[in-house]
Write a protein that binds this ligand. Structure first.
Ligand code: NAD
Length: 292
């Protein structure tokens, strides 16, 4: 999908992440095997402190993907009653363990604790989901750092589908530290002209309608409909909302915008699989650096 974004073409490309995720996992598998042969088997630790079912499902999917690529994945379940001090202590001990290369702290967290506070205990060089404020600060400053995997997946998908970014009007809906803000930073880094919308944005349509690239990361079914987009826009739907029948839908009303926008990521099968693959890529990158 190169060249002119705005066109009269009434078709909408499905910007799948499945093939890209497969390519990334294949590359990770090769690197993980080389590392294991060199005596550095890559290892990811996921710290969980919740009984939430959808979190358990997500963590299982990371562990499965990790084991298929040759990465050992330990899920450390501290239970929903864990205190912030216990979580910090676990993160610090994993940070000090030379056999662990990647550390992830899963949300939700108990008792109002925030990822921003607790993730400061993850060593930045093992912070494969870019949650430590140091990683986020380095990203803002344009310095090398692990980037939150979901935000990185948005950019990987745009690149994979050859969407031009330089000078384009990009609008990000959502400003969380895990998706919206880092996605905006990455788009800025690629010379897009970026607008960030959030829950207090007045007249969302006025902001999203001119977007050539629209990234939606809110967690609200049907937030973005036909009135929010222009013909020819490229829409990345990060939202994942569980349905009553056990499925998943995004934030964008797929039926309403299909035939109007130039491209749309499916949910599931868009940003999600690329996010998981990038977490694994970050883990082998960290393991590779640990040998240098
Ligand atoms: P969050 O709750 O931390 O942030 C939501 C953001 O949406 C906030 O910045 C808020 O200001 C904004 N918002 C809320 N209502 C709005 C409105 N009416 N108009 C405009 N903005 C509004 O959520 P998050 O962690 O950033 O996740 C966002 C979505 O992305 C969720 O559905 C989550 O499940 C999904 N997600 C998907 C992946 C993946 O791999 N596909 C990974 C992480 C998160």
């Amino acid at each position: 999908m190169t060249g002119q974004l705005i066109s009269d073409e009434p078709t909408t490309a499905v910007l799948s992440g499945v093939r890209l995720a497969k390519e990334i996992r294949a590359e990770v598998t090769t690197t993980a095997a080389t590392l294991a042969e060199a005596g550095v088997p890559p290892r990811l630790a996921v710290v969980v402190a919740t009984d939430d079912e959808s979190t358990a499902w997500y963590v299982r999917s990371i562990a499965n993907a990790a084991s298929k690529t040759g990465i050992r994945c330990d899920v450390i379940d501290l239970g929903a009653g864990a205190t912030p001090a216990e979580i910090r202590s676990e993160l610090a001990s994993l940070s000090a363990d030379p056999s662990v290369h990647g550390i992830m702290l899963q949300t939700p967290l108990p008792g109002g604790a925030t990822v921003e506070e607790l993730a400061a205990s993850i060593a930045p060089e093992k912070d494969v989901d870019g949650a430590n404020p140091v990683s986020l600060g380095r990203l803002s400053a344009g310095l090398a750092a692990f980037v939150p995997a979901t935000a990185a997946a948005v950019l990987e998908l745009l690149e994979h589908h050859e969407i031009p970014l330089s000078g384009r009007r990009a609008v990000v809906v959502g400003r969380s530290n895990v998706v919206g803000k880092p996605a905006a930073q990455l788009l800025l880094r690629r010379d897009a002209t970026v607008t960030v919308c959030h829950r207090y944005t007045r007249d969302l349509t006025a902001h999203t309608h001119p977007a050539e690239i629209l990234v939606v990361a809110v967690g609200q079914v049907g937030l973005i409909g036909a009135e929010h987009v222009s013909p020819g826009a490229v829409v990345i739907d990060v939202g994942t909302n569980p349905t009553v029948d056990g499925g998943l839908v995004g934030d964008v009303d797929e039926t309403a915008v299909t035939g109007m926008v130039a491209g749309l990521t499916p949910v599931p099968g868009g940003v999600g699989p690329v996010t998981t693959a990038l977490l694994l890529r970050h883990t082998v990158e960290s393991a590779s650096r640990s040998t240098a």
